[in-house]
Design a protein around this ligand. Structure first.
Ligand SMILES: Nc1nc2c(ncn2[C@@H]2O[C@H](COP(=O)(O)OP(=O)(O)OP(=O)(O)O)[C@@H](O)[C@H]2O)c(=O)[nH]1
Ligand SMILES: [Mg+2]
Length: 427
């Protein structure tokens, strides 16, 4: 059972990439998508030996690329000791089967590659369960292929009948049972998470969630802002599990900041489904910080891809603060930044690594979260020192005047602290 979903050991894999260039699409999109696939392959531990594309009207139903092209690539792979071929789009179970016959090496598609990376990276129990669930659901319709491998190993090529059929049924049943078990376990984990979240809601601090394309610099930003030490690395999907830290704004307001899994183009739907619980942090947030690697040539497409996933998880209507990151890498290219800033008027430009623009980001954060605070005037007798201290702690005092036996304040306080100060609020 375990063997069916074991993470493939791609550490030393010699990889060949294949993409399709649809006549309706444009060739630069194919190239960019392949470049990203190469990054994914390297993240998974592979070494890219070569790549090939084919122009066509529509994907071939049986073999995705044309049969002739497939044979040509297969010859290259054979000559260059390639042991894994990866297709840039999702293959149907039948296509995978046919291609494996032609190439005679391990055949992956984009989804199975991303699933592999997630499986390698998952650390928490919830993360591991979620990824196993996505893998099993991906595997289920493809089980015939695995079964045919098994039966070949057993040397029972002649009698593909009764025995094999029942083996397949057994495997299916085992997988389905496992899926049910995981779904149950995940439910339990999620209930616990809900309780935690309720505890947090009681503390009534607003929740801001950092979202963005993978490798945009989300974790680097969280680290910079809160002194957290989340792994920030130049690889795709460095972060899978959410981390939440408290951030105290210059206005004294506290906000809970969550860093979570990054998004990517063509993110497997099953994976989004499986990670819905993790992404609930995003759905629950009062504000999203959408971090963009502005120095990336495809920044615009990445913004779109992130917005697509946000829509898919039901977070499209959230207030968003755009954070254009890595401005230190723009090499004085002010034009690019200007163009983006024009399009997104309330955006802030930062370098999470260098710390540039962080004060502006904090100030914009305070502004965006301000509606959750009310403006009041208070009159507090001097002997109520504890109340005055408390006001400075939870509120933002904008004006103070001392007259006789009382102190007068104008301050912004979070609504849930209203009751505490009600006795001293004037008007
Ligand atoms: N030059 C430069 N590099 C940055 C900046 N911010 C982040 N990086 C680098 O970009 C890479 C990715 O940063 P992460 O913080 O891991 O990105 P992430 O968005 O959390 O990525 P995933 O968790 O993989 O989705 C790291 O090598 C960072 O050092 C920046 O402002 N300038
Ligand atoms: Mg990260």
């Amino acid at each position: 059972m375990k063997a069916l979903i074991q993470t493939r050991d791609t550490r030393t894999a010699r990889v060949f990439l294949v993409g399709l260039e649809l006549k309706s699409g444009d060739s630069s999109a194919t190239r960019e998508s392949l470049a990203e696939l190469a990054e994914l392959a390297e993240t998974a531990g592979g070494q890219v030996i070569g790549e090939g594309t084919q122009k066509t009207e529509t994907p071939n139903a049986a073999t995705y690329i044309g049969k002739g092209k497939a044979a040509e690539f297969a010859a290259f792979c054979k000559a260059n000791d390639v042991d894994t071929v990866i297709f840039d789009d999702d293959l149907s179970p039948a296509q995978t089967r046919n291609l494996e016959k032609i190439f005679n090496v391990k055949t992956l598609d984009r989804t199975s590659l991303i699933l592999d990376i997630f499986a390698q990276r998952a650390r928490t129990r919830e993360g591991k369960l979620q990824i196993e669930l996505a893998q099993l659901e991906y595997l289920l319709p493809r089980l015939t292929r695995l079964w045919s491998h098994l039966s070949r190993q057993r040397g029972s090529t002649g009698s593909i009948g009764g025995e094999g059929e029942s083996q397949l049924e057994t495997d299916r049943r085992k997988i389905q049972e496992r899926i049910e078990k995981i779904t149950g376990d995940l439910d339990a984990v999620r209930r616990q998470r809900k309780t935690q979240r309720r505890g947090r809601q009681r503390s009534q601090w607003p929740l801001a969630s950092i979202v963005g394309y993978t490798n945009a610099g989300k974790s680097t930003l969280l680290n910079k802002l809160t002194g957290a030490d989340v792994l920030a690395k130049d690889i795709l999907f460095a972060t899978l599990d959410p981390t939440t830290r408290r951030l105290r704004l210059p206005t004294n307001q506290n906000v809970l900041l969550t860093d979570t899994v990054g998004f990517i183009r063509k993110l497997p739907h099953g994976l989004v489904e499986a990670f819905k619980a993790t992404l609930e942090e995003v759905v629950q947030a009062d504000l999203l910080l959408h971090v963009v690697d502005i120095s990336h040539p495809q920044a615009e497409e990445q913004i779109q891809a992130v917005n697509d996933v946000l829509a898919e998880i039901g977070a499209a209507e959230k207030p968003v603060l755009m954070v254009f990151n890595k401005i230190d890498q723009l090499n004085g290219n002010k034009e690019t930044l200007g163009r983006y800033m024009e399009k997104h008027p309330h955006a802030v430009a930062v370098s999470a690594v260098k710390g540039t623009g962080i004060p502006a980001l904090l100030s914009e954060l305070s502004t965006q979260l301000r509606p959750t605070r009310e403006f009041v005037e208070l009159k507090i007798p001097h002997e109520e020192a504890a109340v005055i201290a408390r006001l400075h702690k939870v509120g933002q005092v904008v004006e103070r005047r001392y007259t006789g036996r009382t102190a007068k304040f104008k301050a912004r306080i979070p609504p849930h602290h209203h009751a505490e100060f009600a006795a001293f609020i004037v008007e």
